[in-house]
Design a protein around this ligand. Structure first.
Ligand code: NDP
Length: 248
C-alpha cells in the first residue's frame, strides 16, 4: 500500500527512529527527520532520497519546546501538513538509585517525558484544526514493570504510557486524533551506550551476546507502519512487542 502521509520522527538519527524513517519513506510517506546529530540526519536524508523517497531533516533537541515548535513549523512549510508525529527520541542512562546520578535522572525526565509532551504540544493545534492526526509515542517494557537500576527510566516510560492513555481518553467524536503507544522489549540499537553507571555497563555489553536475540530496529519499523496504515476510523492503541525468548 502506498500512503502519502507526512510523518515527523524524533530520534531519527539512529536505531528505531532511523529504521522507521527508511521504511516509511520507502512506502511513499514524506518524512521529516529530527534529532541533534546533523551528520547522521544528513546521511539518512541522502540515503532515502537516493532510494527515491522524500525526506528532509530539522536539527532539533526535544527538550526545547521552542525547537519542537520550530520543527513542526518547518514540516508545515515543507510539506503543508503533519499527519503523524512519532515521539521516539529517548535515552536510557539506567543506574542504581543509591548512586544518586541526579544529572542522569534529570536528562531522562527532560528527554523521555518532556520531549514527548513538547512533541504533542508542537503538533496538536495543527491536528486539532484539521480534525485528524496520529501521535505515536515510545514507551518500553520498562513502562509496564521495573527492574533494579531502571526505576527512573521506568518512571519516565510509565509516564509516557499514561500520557498516551490520556490522549486517547480525551479523544472526541468530532476529532480523529489517534494515539498509539508502542512498548518494545530489547531492541539492538545504540540506546545501551547512554548508560554511565560503571556497575551496569557490563550487563549492557552482555546483552549483545545473550543467548536470546534482541529484536532488530527494522522489526519495530514494520509494526509502526502497520499502525499508521490502519484507516482513520481505527486506532491501534497499544503494542507490546518482545523478542520471543525475552521472559521479563
Ligand atoms: P537510539 O539510541 O539508537 O536512538 C535514540 C534517538 O534519540 C537518537 O536518534 C538520538 O539522537 C535521539 N535523542 C536523544 N536525546 C535527544 C534529544 N535531546 N533531542 C532529540 N533527539 C534526541 O535508541 P533506540 O532506537 O533504541 O530508542 C528509541 C526509543 O525506543 C527510545 O525512546 C527508547 O527509550 C525506546 N526503547 C528502546 C528499547 C531498546 O531496547 N533499544 C526498548 C524499549 C524502548 P541524537 O543523539 O542525534 O539527538
Amino acid at each position: 500500500m502506498t500512503l502519502t502521509k507526512t510523518v515527523i520522527i524524533t530520534g531519527a538519527s539512529s536505531g528505531m527512529g532511523a529504521a522507521t524513517a527508511e521504511l516509511l519513506a520507502a512506502s511513499g510517506m514524506k518524512i521529516m527527520l529530527a534529532a541533534r546529530r546533523e551528520d547522521r540526519l544528513q546521511q539518512l536524508t541522502e540515503r532515502i532520497r537516493q532510494a527515491g523517497g522524500i525526506a528532509n531533516y530539522h536539527v532539533t533537541d526535544v527538550t526545547s519546546l521552542e525547537q519542537m515548535q520550530a520543527l513542526a513549523a518547518a514540516t508545515l512549510d515543507t510539506y503543508g501538513q503533519i499527519d503523524v508525529m512519532i515521539n521516539n527520541a529517548g535515552i536510557m542512562p539506567i543506574s542504581f538509585i543509591r548512586k544518586l546520578k541526579v544529572d542522569d535522572w534529570d536528562r531522562m525526565i527532560d528527554v523521555n517525558i518532556k520531549g514527548v509532551l513538547y512533541g504533542i504540544a508542537a503538533v496538536y493545534p495543527h491536528m486539532e484544526a484539521r480534525k485528524e492526526g496520529h501521535i505515536i509515542n515510545f514507551s518500553s517494557i520498562a513502562g509496564h514493570v521495573t527492574f533494579p537500576t531502571s526505576a527512573v527510566y521506568s518512571a519516565t516510560k510509565h509516564a509516557v504510557r499514561i500520557i498516551t492513555e490520556g490522549l486517547r481518553i480525551e479523544s472526541r467524536p468530532d476529532q480523529h486524533i489517534r494515539a498509539t503507544l508502542i512498548s518494545p522489549g530489547a531492541v539492538q540499537t545504540e540506546l545501551y551506550k547512554t548508560v554511565t553507571d560503571e556497575e551496569v555497563v557490563p550487563a549492557m555489553d552482555a546483552l549483545g551476546s545473550a543467548e536470546w536475540k534482541q529484536l532488530d530496529a527494522q522489526e519495530i519499523a514494520n509494526i509502526i507502519k502497520f499502525a499508521i496504515e490502519q484507516p482513520a476510523s481505527t486506532t491501534i492503541n497499544e503494542i507490546i512487542v518482545r523478542p520471543t525468548s525475552q521472559s521479563l
